[in-house]
Ligand binder design. Structure first.
Ligand SMILES: Cc1cc2nc3c(=O)[nH]c(=O)nc-3n(C[C@H](O)[C@H](O)[C@H](O)COP(=O)(O)OP(=O)(O)OC[C@H]3O[C@@H](n4cnc5c(N)ncnc54)[C@H](O)[C@@H]3O)c2cc1C
Length: 471
């Protein structure tokens, strides 16, 4: 690997955000180097094939019809998709009783959240007239103030803060919850299967799309095994230290989860508001597990494999059987404190707890799968959370403006910076494209100034120099 090679832009991270940014820049003629810590591209997507060929998506997996950035990429790279199976009834366990649907009071609260979310400007939630109040209120306390029935509050809290943000309702601000609902088009779309965010999966998994995107970049663009630990920056450009590499560039796009962006050493240090933001944007805490069976036995009982529980160790399950199998898969999700407690158990106890719960929901066959697979994204050094990062209560109003504002020549991408489908693949792609556009067309620098656009490649004065600005 060429040491000291200069690029116009260094992109940190080869998840969907970093790959999308690299494509926009390379397509505009800029020279791009992508520094990726792992030995693979894709970030929070990872597809594993069982010995019989059954596809398990250990990270992100679904795309929905209104996720236009992803749909465009899926079409461009010709990755086939298939509908999420929905044969039969969903199971709703409400406080230990199997019911057809959540009680009307819970549905009314969901409706109220949806209505409020439509008021929130997803590109600047801190500007809403009630932003301070909503940012200082947790979803749990808001729900408790709306209903005298703790079971109703628990159910709505688990479905929204849990199922969407992978947080407990006591850890999610009302403003963050409303922002998230706004970006995805409302609760029904976010929790929905056909027509919603869980409508389809990709043949080969979303990792296949990431691999095809990486392969379409100019040879040598992506440097795998290159963890960025230090960035020196100034008006004249930046020096990125990535493993043994020293990469000089005019601009840098940091396209990694904010919690990890905050662990990079910056010289000079980041503006306080930006640093404060990364301190307040911890990741959610979900645990996703897969139980594999010879047959989708639940379908014979008229069940879809989809479940929601208002109490118990698992909040949600889905039928993750690929079309044509060969094996059947029930995938489970635990969130927040439930996921913490599961992680604290031994692997054997954790497996038992998950399978026993599946047995209660779907019948005794669920207790004895032919395989059980779990993957802990919170333990991954280059992710450290699941599904995505969220601003803690008070975070939007105190630090929100620093989410996307460049710090000089440093630009911020990653799904956590998206204004649509924040937390999803689609948001990651949007964020990468937006950060690339900042560089190509110029942008405010976050300190009252303006970062000029990347000079044309044919410009003889373009060569730039070190961080201090000397050519
Ligand atoms: C279990 C799970 C299920 C999910 N389900 C869905 C779903 O069904 N649908 C959906 O749309 N979304 C889903 N998501 C969310 C989705 O995966 C993410 O929103 C998206 O992949 C984020 O892309 P990104 O590029 O912003 O970040 P990442 O994918 O995290 O990419 C960041 C990249 O940067 C690298 N990196 C980190 N630090 C450094 C460093 N210091 N130096 C160099 N490289 C670094 C990482 O290795 C990684 O490759 C899920 C996520 C998880 C974990």
């Amino acid at each position: 690997m060429e040491d000291g090679r200069s690029a116009d832009v260094v992109v940190v991270g080869a998840g969907f955000a970093g790959l999308a940014a690299a494509h926009e820049l390379a397509g505009a003629g800029a020279r791009v180097a992508v520094a990726e810590a792992r030995d693979r591209v894709g970030g929070r997507v990872l597809t594993r094939l069982l010995p019989d060929g059954t596809q398990l998506d250990l990270g992100g997996q679904w795309v929905g019809p209104s996720q236009h950035e992803m749909r465009e990429l899926i079409a461009r790279y010709r990755v086939p998709t298939y509908p999420t199976p929905e044969h039969g009834r969903a199971v709703v366990d409400y406080e230990g009783t199997l019911v057809d649907a959540l009680p009307p009071e819970a549905m009314a609260l969901r409706g109220e959240l949806d209505r409020l979310s439509r008021e929130v400007p997803a590109d600047a939630p801190w500007t809403h007239p009630r932003a301070r109040s909503w940012d200082g209120t947790t979803l749990a306390s808001w729900l408790a103030g709306r209903t005298g029935d703790p079971a109703v509050a628990r159910a709505v809290g688990r479905q929204t803060a849990g199922g969407l943000l992978s947080l407990d309702a006591a850890d999610a601000s009302l403003l963050e919850t409303l922002f998230y609902l706004a970006g995805g088009g409302g609760l029904d779309v976010l929790v929905g299967f056909a027509g919603g965010a869980q409508a389809e999966r990709l043949v080969g998994g979303p990792q296949e799309l990431a691999i095809r995107m990486a392969a379409a970049l100019p040879a040598g663009t992506i440097r795998l095994g290159a963890p960025v630990r230090r960035i020196e920056h100034g008006p004249g450009g930046a020096v990125v230290h990535a493993g043994g590499l020293r990469l000089e560039a005019a601009h840098v796009i940091v396209a990694i989860p904010p919690v990890l962006a905050g662990r990079i050493e910056y010289d000079p240090p980041l503006p306080p508001q930006r640093d404060g933001l990364t301190q307040r944007m911890a990741s959610g805490y979900a645990l996703k597990t897969h139980a594999v069976y010879q047959e989708p036995f639940w379908r014979a009982r008229g069940l879809s494999g989809i479940s929601f529980s208002s109490a118990g160790v698992l909040t949600e399950t889905v039928d993750n059987t690929p079309p044509g199998g060969p094996s059947a898969v029930l995938t489970s999700f635990a969130y927040g404190a439930d996921a913490h407690l599961l992680r604290a158990r031994t692997p054997r106890d954790r497996r038992r707890a998950v399978l026993d719960r599946l047995g209660e929901l779907f019948g005794d066959e669920a207790r004895d799968p032919v395989a059980y697979v779990e993957f802990d994204w919170c333990a991954e050094p280059w992710t450290r959370g699941c599904f995505s990062g969220h601003l803690a209560p008070g975070g939007w109003t105190g630090f929100g403006p620093a989410l996307r504002a460049p710090a000089g020549v440093l630009h911020w991408a990653g799904t956590e910076t998206a204004t649509r489908w924040n937390g999803y693949f689609d948001g990651a792609v949007q964020s990468g494209r937006r950060a690339a556009a900042e560089i190509l067309t110029g942008a405010p620098d976050g300190a009252g100034g303006h970062v000029p656009p990347l000079p044309d490649r044919s410009d003889p004065g373009r060569s730039g120099g070190g961080p201090g600005g000397s050519p």
